[in-house]
Design a protein around this ligand. Sequence first.
Ligand code: MN
Length: 511
Amino acid sequence: MYENFEIWWVTGAQLLYGGETVKIVDGHSQEMVAGLNASGNIPVKIVYKGTANSSKEVETVMKAANNDEKCIGIITWMHTFSPAKMWIKGLQALQKPLLHFHTQYNKEIPWDTMDMDFMNLNQSAHGDREFGHICAHLRKPRKVVSGYWKEEKPQKAIAVWARVAAAWADAHDMRILRFGDQMNNVAVTDGDKVEAEVRLGYHVDYYPVSSLMEYYKKVTDQEIDELVAEYKKLYTIKIDESGEQVYWEKVRNSAKAEIALRRVLKDEGAKGFTTNFDDLGGADIDDPKFLGFDQIPGLASQRLMAEGYGFGAEGDWKTAALYRTVWFMTQGMGKGCSFLEDYTLNFDGDQSAILQSHMLEVCPLIAANKPRLEVHFLGIGIRKSQTARLVFDSKTGDGVTATVIDLGNRFRLIVNDVKCIAPKPLPKLPVANALWIPQPNFEVGTEAWILCGGTHHSALSYDISPEFWEDYAEIAGIEMVHINKDTTVSGIKHDLRVGEVYYMLNRSVLM
Ligand code: MN
C-alpha cells in the first residue's frame, strides 16, 4: 500500500575506533534493518543507507534524502559515539521527517565477558544522547523512539511515524478542488490557502462548476446503468415515500454526478474536493432546460470518500485535506474513517453524547452494517429536491477525531478522543450518523473543544491513536491540542496560553 515509499536508515558512527569497528557497526545495522523489515510491523520499507562518519557524509545523505522522491523520512541511530557537530549541516539541510531511534544491537549486557572493546562498540546510550542534544539545539522536529529493536512496542511506534510520514509525503502531492466557494459567512471552515500550502503541503484550487457540468452532460446512459448495477450489489435498495419512479430517477442522477466528479478528479490529478449546496451548475445558453445537479452530489461524496478522496462539505477544504490524510495513513487498518459534523446533542447523564451526521455526506467506511440506498427530499441549498444517499448507523468503539483551524498567525490541530456508542433507532432520520461521547466526558470535552475554537466539521478514525496526530503536528510544526481522558478545562486554558506565546516565537525564531 505504501510500495512507492522508502524510509532511509542512517547509522551514526565515527572512525575513532578504526575502520574494523565501523565494519561491525555496518553489519549490525544491516541485520537490524532487515529484522525491522521482516517484522511485518512497519508498513514502509526501510532502506539501509550506511554509516555516516563525518560531517560531509551526513550532509550528503541528508541532501540525497531531500532529493529522493521515494524517501519519506530518515531514521537515525547512533551505534557508537558519533560526535554531533558533524550532524549540524546535515540536519540543517534535512527537509524530510526525522525519527531518532534509541536502541542497541545487543539486548543484554554480556555480563561475564564484556570488556572495554565491547563497551566502546555498543555505545548507543552515549551516542544517542549526543545526537539528541544537537537536535534539541537545532530545535529539529523529530520523533524519538526508545526500545529494543526486536520488540513490538518500538516497532509499532516507528510504524505510526511511518504512516504519518507517508501521509505527509502524500499531502505534498495533494491537490484539492473546490466546486464552489466556502459557504457564505462561515468563519471556522475558511482560512489561508497560501499558508496551508506553506505549512501543510497541499494545494487548493477552485474548479468551475460550469466545467464540471460539461463532464456531467457527457456521462452516458450505459455508464449510469453500470454504476447503478454496482449500487444494487453493494447496498440495500430501500424505496420510501418518493416512490419507485422518482427513486430510480434520483439514483441515476446521483450516479451520473458521481461519474462526472470522479472523472474530473482523475483528469485534474486531485486527491480531494469540496462542494457547496448553493453552487450546483445551471442552465446554459445552448440548452436553457439543463439544470445541472438537482441537489448536492451527496451519494457521490460518500462513495468518493470511501475510495480515499478527501472531502469537506460547504467548501471546507481544510477538512477535505485532513480527511484524505486520515484515510491515507490508515490504509489497510480496516476500521474506517469519515468526515463528520457535530449536529445534535443528547443529554443523558454520563452517556451525554453528540450526534454526528451531515446533510448527506458520511463515509460508508464507518458503517456498522450494509448501507441502505435511500432517496429523500433535501430542502437545503439552491435546488431543493429529492436526492439519493447511503443511510446507516456507524461502528461503536473508541475513535479519534481531529480538525484544523486557522487562527491568523498559525494553524491549530485539535484532537479529541471519542467513544462511539450505539444510537437508539432513528426511523425518521434520512442520513447516516455516528453518536459519540467526547472524552473525558461530554461537558469537559465540549467545553475544551469550544475553547480551542474547533470546527463543527472533523475527520474521525477508529484506527488511529492520538500518537498519529502528535507525530503529524511535530512534522508539520503546527500547534496541537489534545482533548483526552486527562483533560481539564483549566489545563486546556493553560495549553492555549502557552501556545499563544510559543507560536509567536516559533515563526521567527524556531523555524
Ligand atoms: Mn457541514
